[in-house]
Ligand binder design. Structure first.
Ligand code: MLT
Length: 247
């Protein structure tokens, strides 16, 4: 029996951003793709939140589903949560896939940008932010496919509640630096980076991979930050190859 896989989406999206992976992997293993705290149908209210709150939500989900071993595949914010989960519950994680993510905490400059994001969301809601974020997160928006993808990403972002997304912004800015624990990760790990990622660069992913003991690194050409959506076939085949070669 294949170990189930848990897909963790990025900020400020929801589980539908894993649609191509859910469709592809569902006949091979049990797939979980929850909406994370503050997004879609995920838990709401009662902030401030910190990343370990997301870990607690997921731990509860797995305990309730009677799952004691899982493969975690997290993108960006989902990767921050995956790193916290493997730190807190290493015995539950069979393998880890970290996509378009980083272990470092926000620099002061990144915190300033978060504050600007907060102000924008408070003043204008999510419409302008959805346009800015989807532009930055995609490698290009000129083809029919990428224009359609940009529209669907904007729709996902705008379907969230601005107050919840604002809480997540604070949560991202307060996350700790996971770099010192990378060498403790015991499970096989795959880091995947988009060659054209303008939010978390390929080099950042590569540097993180070099600090994890049993780690492979893959780059996806013609993909930015949302690499699983921009290049679903390439992404799925990289992930499948890694999963098929797990002992
Ligand atoms: C994400 O895609 O989850 C975000 O870009 C992460 C971040 O802003 O740190």
């Amino acid at each position: 029996m294949n170990v189930p896989i848990l897909f963790l989406h990025g900020f400020p999206l929801n589980s539908s951003s894993w649609k191509a992976q859910i469709e592809y992997f569902s006949d091979k293993r049990i797939v979980f793709a929850p909406d994370l705290r503050g997004h879609g149908s995920g838990p709401k209210g009662g902030g401030p939140w910190m990343i370990p709150d997301f870990t607690s939500d997921l731990h509860l989900l797995l305990v309730e589903a009677k799952i004691n071993k899982i493969i975690i595949c997290g993108l960006s914010m989902g990767g921050y949560v995956a790193l916290d989960f493997v730190h807190q519950h290493p015995e539950m994680v069979q393998a880890l896939v970290l996509c378009a993510t980083q272990s470092a905490a926000d620099s002061n400059e990144a915190k300033d940008k978060r504050y600007k994001t907060l102000e924008k969301i408070r003043n204008d809601g999510l419409n302008g932010f959805a346009d800015d974020f989807s532009d930055l997160a995609l490698s290009e928006t000129k083809t029919e496919f990428s224009r359609e993808l940009k529209r669907s990403i904007e729709d996902i972002i705008k379907s969230n509640n601005p107050a919840d997304i604002a809480l997540v912004v604070g949560c991202l800015a307060s996350r700790k630096d996971s770099t010192p624990m990378l060498h403790e990760i015991k499970c096989p790990t795959l880091v995947i980076a988009g060659v054209d990622d303008r939010i978390i660069s390929l080099e950042v992913g590569q540097a993180m991979a070099s600090k994890i003991p049993d780690c492979k690194f893959a780059k996806i050409p013609d993909a930015g930050h949302l690499l699983n959506q921009e290049q679903p076939e390439r992404f799925n085949s990289v992930l499948e190859f890694f999963l098929n070669n797990l002992k």
